[in-house]
Design a protein around this ligand. Structure first.
Ligand code: GTP
Ligand code: MG
Length: 336
């Protein structure tokens, strides 16, 4: 099934109900006064997060939403019924952008978070409000106001502590599958992963962290090459990035530069996040003798890399130590 992490929707709150013009008409009361009631307010539209929803797919099936209009006032001073509110259920991690004003209206990161996005129009006044000493039979009311209207962009950004980063085929999904129960797709070809996947990693004392596997990035992804850079937004909420490189590849320095240049182009804040370099596929190295010297040569070029690890996701080498250090890092930096 296609995974939509963005959607454009049109939301219109309900119009307020009009005020009523009416006069008391009863037997033996020849000229009863005004008794037209006020209208009801128009319905509002809210967004509400729910952890059972993971995509914005339903907003591609329907993208226009209307809340109910308020009802008009009635005779005998009866106020019109308020229009029903509409509540749209969205996944946790949704960012809401007002496309016309180009501002972020809300960033909803918790379950059951509710925000008002368009307010219903105010009710109109019935003629009972216009009675004065000089005008006892006012043929006057006000109309209900129109409800607010907005065009919104919804952007779903995964809530993960750790994000995977790297060229295609470096073993990101293999690593995530190895340490979590995530159903990542693995294949010996580029762009095996075409949508982001969230995994949960647990240790034996009950701590957990969330890890996001995203599609690989290639040179000029910012120009739309490969799957583009759009998926990088899923790393925005991560506190730690694991940059996977294939140690059996001859162009490691160049490959690391490609990823970080694209990262900077997408959002410099991502580049400034804590980044650990993970040399994967060490099982493929025939000769491990000069590996330390080689790694030092690589690291000298990348001063911003805080830590590095040598692992094999396939053969389970170095994974345990790396995971322990991630748990430690998270304990120190995230759960402060
Ligand atoms: N020898 C060896 N092969 C590995 C290792 N880790 C992953 N692979 C293989 O590398 C290939 C790519 O693995 P994936 O996990 O799909 O790579 P990816 O980085 O997620 O790739 P994309 O989703 O295309 O970006 C698969 O054939 C894996 O079996 C490893 O540690 N050693
Ligand atoms: Mg993958």
């Amino acid at each position: 099934m296609k995974f939509f992490d963005e959607a454009k929707i049109f939301v219109t709150a309900g119009k307020g109900g009009d005020g009523c013009i009416s006069f008391l008409r009863e037997k033996y009361i020849s000229k009863g006064g005004p008794n037209g009631g006020n209208g009801g307010n128009g319905g509002n539209i809210y967004l509400l997060t729910n952890h059972n929803i993971n995509t914005l797919n339903k907003f591609h099936i329907q993208n226009h939403y209307f809340a109910e209009n308020g009802f008009p006032g009635e005779k005998n001073q009866c106020t019109g019924k308020k229009g029903k509110d509409l509540v749209l259920i969205i996944p946790i991690g949704t960012r809401v952008i007002d496309l016309q004003k180009k501002i972020i209206l809300a960033d909803l990161n918790k379950n059951n978070q509710k925000v008002l996005i368009v307010k219903g129009g105010k009710y109109g006044l019935g003629n009972i409000n216009f009675k004065t000493s000089i005008n006892r039979t006012p043929y006057q009311n006000t109309k209900g106001c129109l409800g607010e209207k907005k065009i919104l962009k919804l952007e779903l950004i995964l809530i993960a502590d750790v994000g995977m980063l790297g060229l295609p085929n470096t073993g990101k999904s293999t690593f995530v599958k190895n340490i979590s129960k995530a159903k990542t797709k693995i294949g010996n070809y580029p762009f095996t992963t075409i949508k982001p996947i969230l995994g949960v990693v647990k240790n034996n004392i009950g701590n957990t962290f969330f890890i996001a596997d995203i599609p690989g990035i290639i040179k000029n992804a910012s120009l739309g090459k490969g799957l583009g850079l759009n998926f990088l937004k899923h790393l925005e909420r991560c506190n730690l990035l694991l940059h996977l490189v294939d140690i059996s590849n001859k162009n490691i320095i160049n490959n690391i530069n490609i990823i970080n240049n694209e990262l900077k182009k997408f959002n410099r804040n991502l580049f400034l996040k804590e980044q650990w370099l993970i040399f994967n596929k060490i099982d493929l190295l025939k000769n491990n003798k000069n590996i330390d010297i080689y790694i030092k040569k690589v690291l000298i070029k990348f001063k911003y890399i805080k830590k590095y690890y040598l692992i094999s996701s396939k053969n389970n080498i170095g994974i345990k130590k790396l995971c322990c250090n991630i748990f430690e890092y998270i304990k120190k930096n995230i759960n402060k």
